[in-house]
Ligand binder design. Sequence first.
Ligand SMILES: Cc1ncc(COP(=O)(O)O)c(C=O)c1O
Length: 482
Amino acid sequence: MSSSNQTPLIQAIEEYQAKNRQRQHMPGHKGQKQALGLFRNWGNLAGWDLTEADGLDDLHSPAGALKQAQEMLAAVVGAKQAHFLVNGATVGILAAILAATAEHPGCSVLLPRNAHRAAWNALALADCQPVWLPVQYLPHGLPLGITPQQLQTACQNSPGCQAAFFVYPSYYGVCVDLAQMLAVCRENQLISIVDEAHGAHLPFIAPDMAATRLGADLVIDSWHKSMGSLGQTAVLLQNDRPDQPGLWPERWLTMLQTSSPSYPLLASLDAARAEWSEQAAARGLALQQEREAIAEALQQTKLLRLYNAADLPPHFSYDQSKALLYSAAAHSGWQLAEALRQSGLEPEFADWQWVLLLLSYADMLPANGLPQLLRALRRADYILQQTPPRPINEKYLCQPPSPQKVLNPAEAMRKPIRKVQLKSAAGLLAAGLLTPYPPGIPWLGPGELIEPEHVAAAESLLQAGGRLQGVENGMISVLDFA
Ligand SMILES: Cc1ncc(COP(=O)(O)O)c(C=O)c1O
């Protein structure tokens, strides 16, 4: 029985810290005090824990210090406007889709099937109809994304679309041909929304690849992932086009964000912007050196391999802040992750086939130590050599087939629900999202038909050690109506 003075969450965090693993996961500061100058001031965090007090401006109507900080960030990333977010890229995606579709209730939005769950939720809130574009996969299960040709065809087949949503780069680090996609959007008068959650560093280290510089209308950057600011910090960027009516994401942000924003979060965005502005070149070089060091180390290993971005097909490229690992002996990604943990390294995520390491400038700080990372990779390789591969079910390397949409997300959210056993759910309509997590890309959404393949893939994933949001104790929520 637990007593009221126990603090299970604090205990869990302390235990995690005590493991002292090399953090190849978010947030991008990697737990390093040196990663952001501001952290040195936070011995007295309580003193900094302010919200909208006298002289500190107002996130919902910025006119002073916050306005200035947002303008400075917009200028350095090449956007017309920047809106600071304290609920991650998630809230930026919600506000962007709501803003892009507000004047056209019931309109359609084009999206790749690997869109984050936040995009699904935005569709439900905005009452839009999704037009899903299937994602191309490599045969060994790497989701790539969509192509400009696919987008062009979808525009011709679905003339009522108001906006197009892109994932760039993906969680796996793959970048679609965004420049071409944006040209298709302009030709078809579509508002372009780019989920650049994993690419906040692009404007600094690869400006030619940054969505704002390529001319996207609304761009969402998750700064906590790669920039060193605190967890939950992100930015919504806006590029007003002269030929387009104004987009007003702030109308939606003010509805969706807290009225008591945390100033340590906001201040960490300001600090990260200032430091990146000064050190972009050095940090870009640090990332490159880290990737090269990993590639070199993995040339000497027997089984652990780095996915070679040069193997990507035309129209796709790779983001330098990720390292995707696999086993030459067909161990599953979860087995790889376990071997890495036993070797003192915590990866960002694992799936059937892959393990992803999140790289960041903070990995190259003297206190963190690239040597520890490289040692862990070598040790994990040794462990893999002693570990028999658990067979991977090749059938499930790719997403299960795109389901049939019976109701739109908003319609489905208004229906009653009930819980049923996953194993008997085929033939019913999903009430919520069924999402392997990470990477947080739903297989099924509200109003879609659950097919036997989804049940089989879900059971197989759970058996293999994966995590699945939407299934609890073997039960899944379905719509309950005749
Ligand atoms: C592609 C993608 N978009 C959006 C998000 C949401 O970002 P945040 O955690 O900042 O809300 C994630 C989260 O990992 C993501 O992977």
